[in-house]
Design a protein around this ligand. Structure first.
Ligand SMILES: [Zn+2]
Length: 223
């Protein structure tokens, strides 16, 4: 019971808290317009241009915080609020995604490791519902051992994701100031938004690691 609280419940609470943080910081800083009135799309374009990237298109997509960089299509997808918005939050998110495009161009090692892990991680994600279902009849068909492997894969994937995300945010913060898109005072809004987003990745890693350790303990007890 205690182990369940420490390894499963506490990380879940941490994850919920991180989600609340990212939404409240984003809500706060998306109300503060930058003095330069540059949109997220313009900022992403400027950041990529400075890095010598010309073959990546910037598109606007539906949803909130659905922003991402697609290395296969070489497309930087920004949610409408961040594409057209001039807020400090919009600039931060847009420059962060541009940071991923720069990592791609420079063949940044953790990004390559992360891409290599995607196929096996997808398989693990597809097996996950079966393990949760099987969990109702614990150790039925060796579900506990399968859970150990699945959460190990997820934890490794999320561990490799951390440097990718932290590096993209560090690049975003620096380049926005270097290009004078935001001043030092405004950088605070950018930093708070991106740091809150980074927290959700840390929480996701801790959750997978917690599940892995919990099921590892169960598997050892059953042997
Ligand atoms: Zn990212």
């Amino acid at each position: 019971m205690t182990l369940y609280v420490i390894f499963i419940l506490l990380p879940i609470v941490l994850g919920i808290w991180a989600q609340i943080q990212v939404h409240s910081k984003y809500a706060r800083w998306s109300k503060v317009a930058s003095k330069g009135h540059i949109t997220g799309a313009e900022a992403a374009s400027a950041v990529m241009e400075q890095a010598g990237i010309q073959n990546v298109s910037i598109v606007s997509i539906e949803g909130e915080l659905t922003d991402h960089y697609d290395p296969v299509r070489r497309q930087l997808a920004l949610s409408k609020a961040n594409y057209y918005g001039t807020s400090l939050a919009a600039l931060g998110v847009a420059a962060h995604e541009a940071g991923h495009a720069i990592q791609h161009k420079q063949a940044y090692a953790p990004l390559r490791w992360r891409s290599a892990l995607i196929p096996v991680t997808n398989v693990a994600c597809q097996l996950l519902p079966w393990v949760i279902f099987g969990g109702l009849f614990l150790n039925f068909f060796g579900m506990v051992k399968l859970a150990v492997w699945i959460y190990l894969i997820l934890a490794i994937f999320q561990l490799v994701t951390l440097p990718v995300e932290f590096d993209a945010s560090a690049r975003a913060k620096k380049i926005l100031v270097d290009l004078s898109i935001v001043d030092h005072q405004e950088a605070r809004g950018v930093c708070e938004t991106l740091d809150a987003a980074a927290l959700t990745y840390v929480a996701a890693f801790i959750a997978s690691l917690g599940h892995f350790l919990y099921y590892l303990g169960l598997a050892r007890n059953n042997d």
